[in-house]
Design a protein around this ligand. Structure first.
Ligand SMILES: Cc1cc2nc3c(=O)[nH]c(=O)nc-3n(C[C@H](O)[C@H](O)[C@H](O)COP(=O)(O)O)c2cc1C
Length: 308
């Protein structure tokens, strides 16, 4: 598989794990990397939360020795606050990404995420700020604006302002997470830019992965929902057997313990994702668990039942 160069980083392959709130914790990222993801991302964290609360800053940059390269995704509408955030975390990450695509009402009302796409000058200022703050690679993740020409304009502005790469979620803000992906428009964005363009959306298996690459000619492909509860997708799209959900569950919990990711509420959320793909398991027992030790014992039971 071809490598992918984003600024000074050379990735082993073209596969990226998307930022996902309450999913892409350090243990899950490591699992996806073991299965073939070459670059992983933290969930989006608002720069104000990082700057005001040291606990949030620590959580946003928590990683494991093998989870490199990884990117921290931040959101902000204020260039000066973005600079401070990146400078605070500079040593912690290998790359910084800005979220310009989150469609949620709460995010948009705060003037961040996809709301920024309506303000191209502000987007330019934010990318300039990121460039000023760090020598490390910087990227942006956008959605498709409703007018196709706007997609090309905003992409070009992001490139000209100094970004090293661009991820395009091939759906509009109004589409949310469902609906068809506009791969032809992503192909036009790819054709317009000189920096690497990464397609996001529309990949569920090896066939759709190859179709997306073939249609968009993108330099990389970022997977989100197909990886939830199924990190093996990163192997599967390459035609290899991926880790099974039950083995994924057991290994995920091992990683949580080994690397000190001990947020039980969040861990349970990921456990339930794995369990969705495992028939006849008692999700309620996992929901009731209070410690990682209890969760590990339950996962061992699930594994034993599968093999009996
Ligand atoms: C549970 C969940 C959480 C997400 N959180 C983020 C986030 O923090 N930052 C972001 O840029 N996108 C986020 N997204 C969007 C995904 O990164 C991705 O753009 C979207 O799911 C489309 O890709 P897919 O078709 O492969 O799922 C999230 C999506 C889901 C399902």
């Amino acid at each position: 598989m071809p490598t992918l160069k984003i600024g000074s980083l050379t990735l082993d392959n073209q596969l990226l794990l998307a930022p996902m709130f309450k999913v892409t914790d350090p243990a899950f990222r490591l699992l996806c990397r073991e299965q073939g993801a070459a670059l992983t991302f933290t969930e989006m964290t608002h720069s104000e939360a990082i700057l005001r609360n040291p606990r949030v800053a620590a959580q946003a940059s928590h990683t494991t020795p093998s989870d490199h390269p990884f990117g921290i995704q931040v959101s902000s509408a204020q260039p000066d606050r973005l600079i401070q955030t990146i400078q605070l975390l500079e040593e912690k990450a290998d790359l910084f990404d800005i979220n310009l695509g989150c469609p949620s009402d709460r995010t948009r009302e705060s003037g961040i995420g996809s709301a920024l796409l309506d303000h191209p000058d502000r987007v330019e200022a934010l990318i300039h700020a990121m460039r000023k703050a760090t020598q490390k690679p910087i990227t942006a993740k956008i959605r498709l604006p409703s007018r196709p020409q706007d997609a090309l304009d905003i992409a070009k502005r992001i490139e000209n302002a100094g970004a090293d790469g661009l991820t395009v979620h091939a759906r509009t803000v109004l589409q949310g997470h469902s609906g068809p992906v506009d791969l032809d428009l992503v192909a036009k964005v790819k054709e317009t830019l000189s920096i690497p363009v990464i397609n996001n959306g529309g990949v569920w298996n090896q066939e759709t992965y190859e179709y997306v690459l073939h249609t968009t000619h993108c330099d990389g492909v970022m997977l989100a929902r197909s990886a939830i509860g199924n990190p093996g997708i990163f192997a599967q799209v390459q035609g290899k057997p991926g880790i099974s959900p039950v083995d994924g569950l057991v290994r995920y919990l091992d990683h949580c313990e080994t690397y000190g990711f001990l947020h039980v509420g969040r861990i349970k959320t990921n456990c339930l994702h794995f369990l969705s793909a495992i028939p006849k398991t008692k999700k309620a027992d996992f929901s009731k668990a209070k410690t990682i030790t209890e969760l590990k014992a339950l996962a061992a039971e699930v594994k034993a039942n599968q093999t009996n």
